[in-house]
Design a protein around this ligand. Structure first.
Ligand SMILES: [Ca+2]
Length: 279
């Protein structure tokens, strides 16, 4: 392209056009450069639109039956990514949008500082659930920090628990549940926890841990909301803050089958660059 512009300039000069007309602020060279920049910007925008359309197709491939909440940080608004967004838009169509409290967007995730960052959602009380997230935590704090949940006397949630140095699925605020086998800080994980009143299971990058557990999930008291990055109480929170990044979240009002969990995990690998655990 540059060679072409130079050739054009030489031809113009040979044709008797003044140097100023060719090279000045409003000269032909400047105009050509602007045209190239404009073309390159348009091509970049077009590529971004194509990337987003391909991403939409992949997001639609996640299991849809029972999907009550679906967040993707790259598409944190209805139309794409806004680094100043104060809401995390729910792609499931159920209007379970999240309200940010200080958490900050990266290009592909939402960063929580471990001090007072969290996201408030509406009430999401279900008796059977699947709760999935792609996350990375920076360090294990004392006690437990919450990835996503509404754990009180009842409720459910994905929790980083320092006693086991693991990500776990908490049901009815009981920590004696299903564990990730390999949880480490600064590693990106695709986590899927599910419960059907008979079996509790947690998949960490596709690797399953499960055990028998009988009984339904008790409804949270005080109209407690669902939240990201903390354990909420009523409609607010001030405890158990996550230090890490959340890239995506899905909540279902039923336990997915193992095959459905693996279908979602395959998409997580492609969209978020999660890798199988090698042992
Ligand atoms: Ca903060």
């Amino acid at each position: 392209m540059v060679a072409l512009i130079i050739t054009v300039i030489i031809l113009i000069i040979l044709a008797g056009v003044s140097l100023n007309l060719a090279l000045g602020q409003n000269g032909i060279f400047q105009k050509s450069k602007e045209a190239v920049d404009k073309y390159q910007n348009a091509a970049k925008e077009e590529k971004e639109q194509l990337d987003l359309a391909a991403r939409d197709l992949m997001l639609d491939d996640y299991v849809q039956d029972g999907l009550m909440l679906h967040y993707d940080a790259v598409k944190n608004t209805k139309n794409g990514h806004d680094k100043n967004a104060i809401q995390w838009y729910d792609l499931s169509g159920n209007n379970n949008n999240g309200t940010l409290h200080e958490a900050t967007w990266t290009e592909d995730g939402l960063y929580f500082d471990g001090i007072n960052d969290w996201v408030g959602i509406g009430q999401m009380d279900y008796e059977n659930i699947t709760i999935e997230a792609v996350i990375k935590y920076n360090k294990i704090a004392e006690g437990e920090t919450y990835i996503v949940g509404n754990c009180q006397a009842g409720g459910y949630g994905l929790v980083v628990w320092n006693t086991k140095n693991a990500i776990i699925l908490n049901i009815n605020n009981e920590y004696d549940a299903a564990y990730g086998s390999n949880s480490q800080s600064n590693v990106k994980y695709s986590i899927s926890g599910k419960y059907n009143q008979k079996e509790i299971a947690l998949f960490e990058n596709g690797k399953k841990d499960s055990k028998e557990k009988i009984g339904k999930i008790t409804k949270t008291t005080n109209n407690t909301i669902m939240a990201l990055g903390t354990n909420p109480f009523k409609d607010t929170s001030d405890v158990s803050f996550l230090n890490g990044t959340i890239y995506s979240v899905r909540i279902y009002n039923r336990a997915l089958t193992d095959d459905e969990v693996m279908q979602n995990y395959k998409i997580d690998k492609m969209l978020y660059g999660v890798e199988d655990i090698n042992e």
